[in-house]
Write a protein that binds this ligand. Structure first.
Ligand code: ZN
Length: 253
C-alpha cells in the first residue's frame, strides 16, 4: 500500500540547518516507506519560503504548504509567491499565529487560496490554550461556509470535538480532515473510538493520515495508527483511502 503522510513539520531542535532537516526527514520517510509527505512550513521556525522551496525541489517525495500571516498586508502577495515557488497549499495556525478562525482577514486569505486552487490546512486541535482562546466548531464552520470554493482541512479532526466537527463537515462539502496526533494522543479515552465512528459516518471520504512529526516519530506513528485502525475492523480498501487515495483525490494529483 502506498502511504502519504499529509501532516508533518521540520525538526529544528534535532537539525541545525534547513538542509540537514530535509535530509534527515527524507531519510526517515524512506525508512518508513512513505511515498509522499507534506511539510507544513512554519513562520516561527525562521526559514523563508524561498529557502524551503529550494529544498522541496530537491526531494521528489516531499511537498509543502506555506505558512502565511493572514493579518499581514502582504498576505495575498506572499501566498501567490509561495504558489509560484512550488508550494501546494496554505497552512494556518490560529493558536500560534493568534487569530480567530472566522476573522475577515483569515476568510479573505482562504478564499484567495481557493482562487489559486490551493487547499488550506487549519490547526483544529483544542488544547487548553485553544479552548481558553475560544476554540469553537461553530467558528470553523462559519469560516468554511464563507469559502465554498476553497478546500479546507481541519487538522487533527478537532480533537475531542470530533463529533461536532464531523456533523458540520457533512453540511460543508469543502471540508476535509487529517487524523494526525489526535488518534494516538487520546488513546485510552473514548476519543479514538469517536474518530473511527466519524470516519465510518463519512464513509471514509475526505479524511487522511498524518504523523505530526517531529512531535511523533514517522515510523512508530504510522505503525501504531495503522494497527489501531486495522484492529477497529476497517477494511483494506478503506485503509487505502485513508492512507493514500483521499489525499491524492483532494489534491487532484
Ligand atoms: Zn502539526
Amino acid at each position: 500500500m502506498k502511504i502519504i503522510d499529509s501532516h508533518l513539520h521540520l525538526d529544528k531542535v534535532k537539525y541545525r540547518t534547513l538542509e540537514a532537516a530535509f535530509k534527515g526527514l527524507n531519510g526517515e520517510l524512506q525508512e518508513a516507506s512513505i511515498s509522499k509527505a507534506i511539510v507544513l512550513h512554519l513562520i516561527i521556525q525562521g526559514w523563508s519560503l524561498e529557502e524551503v522551496a529550494d529544498q522541496i525541489n530537491k526531494y521528489e517525495r516531499i511537498e509543502a504548504f506555506a505558512n502565511i500571516d493572514p493579518n499581514s498586508i502582504d498576505a495575498e502577495t506572499d501566498l501567490l509567491r509561495a504558489k509560484n515557488l512550488g508550494f501546494c497549499g496554505l497552512k494556518l495556525h490560529p493558536r500560534i499565529q493568534q487569530f480567530s478562525v472566522d476573522d475577515p482577514n483569515v476568510v479573505a486569505l482562504i478564499q484567495y487560496a481557493g482562487e489559486l486552487n490551493l487547499p488550506t490546512l487549519i490547526d483544529a486541535f483544542p488544547d487548553g490554550t485553544a479552548l481558553m482562546d475560544g476554540f469553537s466548531p461553530f467558528k470553523f464552520a462559519s469560516c468554511a461556509k464563507k469559502c465554498p470554493d476553497s478546500k479546507i482541512i481541519w487538522a487533527h479532526m478537532g480533537g475531542h470535538h470530533v463529533i461536532d466537527m464531523m456533523m458540520l463537515a457533512k453540511r460543508l462539502p469543502n471540508v476535509y480532515f487529517d487524523f494526525s496526533y489526535s488518534l494516538l494522543y487520546y488513546q485510552g479515552s473514548s476519543v479514538p473510538k469517536d474518530m473511527i465512528y466519524a470516519m465510518k459516518s463519512m464513509r471514509f471520504d475526505r479524511i487522511f493520515y498524518g504523523s505530526d512529526y517531529p512531535d511523533r516519530s514517522i515510523t512508530d506513528t504510522y505503525n501504531a495508527s495503522y494497527a489501531y485502525l486495522k484492529e477497529s475492523g476497517i477494511s483494506s480498501d478503506d485503509l487505502e483511502k485513508l492512507f493514500y487515495r483521499n489525499f491524492t483525490r483532494m489534491m487532484e494529483w
